[in-house]
Design a protein around this ligand. Structure first.
Ligand SMILES: *[C@@H]1O[C@H](CO)[C@@H](O)[C@H](O)[C@H]1NC(C)=O
Ligand SMILES: *[C@@H]1O[C@H](CO)[C@@H](O)[C@H](O)[C@H]1NC(C)=O
Length: 176
């Protein structure tokens, strides 16, 4: 095949024609009616707040920040997580290492965006994904440990901020 010259316009591929709707009218009508019923039920019922289960508290320690500076979306620093401690009813151990490349916006709100490891006293390694808008943080986990496999589907909420050792976080599981 020849290379197309620079002046050649790219060819827009033809879109396949959309399939015709499969539902006959009576089915469509009963579908919309049941959706309507669902919507009314959802509005009528007072939603139950999710349960919170306290998992642990952690202190994260940091190396000196690497300043990226003023970027289009705010002020960026690269914070290297160097260690720390984890204590609580569900997880105990140490913080390994990681990075937080959080952003401080024009109003001074810090939005953490971190990835780091926890090393439990019973030898499991847990990867922690942290994102939020200080002091509210959402936490997800990943681990190969069978004992802690429940963390793979857990959604965590943490509240935290600076303390005299670095950053302190209290972590709960939502809707356990
Ligand atoms: C975190 O540090 C604070 C302040 O030194 C301390 O009171 C707290 O017990 C520490 N928590 C953990 C989980 O190590
Ligand atoms: C964790 O690993 C250390 C070092 O390999 C070992 O001494 C210890 O017994 C292990 N603990 C558990 C609870 O498996």
């Amino acid at each position: 095949m020849k290379q197309s010259s620079k002046s050649t316009q790219p060819v827009v591929p033809a879109l396949p024609s959309l399939p015709k709707p499969k539902y006959s009218q009576p089915i469509m009508l009963s579908l919309s009616l049941s959706l309507l019923t669902l919507a009314v039920t959802a509005l009528a019922a007072d939603p139950t707040p999710p349960k919170l289960t306290y998992l642990y508290s952690a202190n994260l320690t940091f190396l000196a920040p690497i300043t990226i500076g003023a970027v289009p979306s705010g002020s960026r620093n690269l914070l290297t997580i160097s260690g720390g401690t984890v204590k609580g009813p569900k997880i105990n151990g140490k913080v390994g290492s990681g990075v937080d490349w959080g952003l401080t916006d024009s109003k001074g709100v810090f939005s953490p965006d971190a990835l780091y490891t926890l090393h439990t006293s019973d030898n499991a390694t847990i990867l922690v994904f942290e994102k939020g808008h200080a002091p509210n943080v959402q936490i997800l986990f990943e681990t190969a440990s069978e004992k802690y496999a429940w963390l793979n589907s857990a959604v965590g909420y943490a509240s935290g901020g600076p303390n005299d050792v670095g950053i302190g976080l209290d972590v709960w599981q939502i809707g356990a």
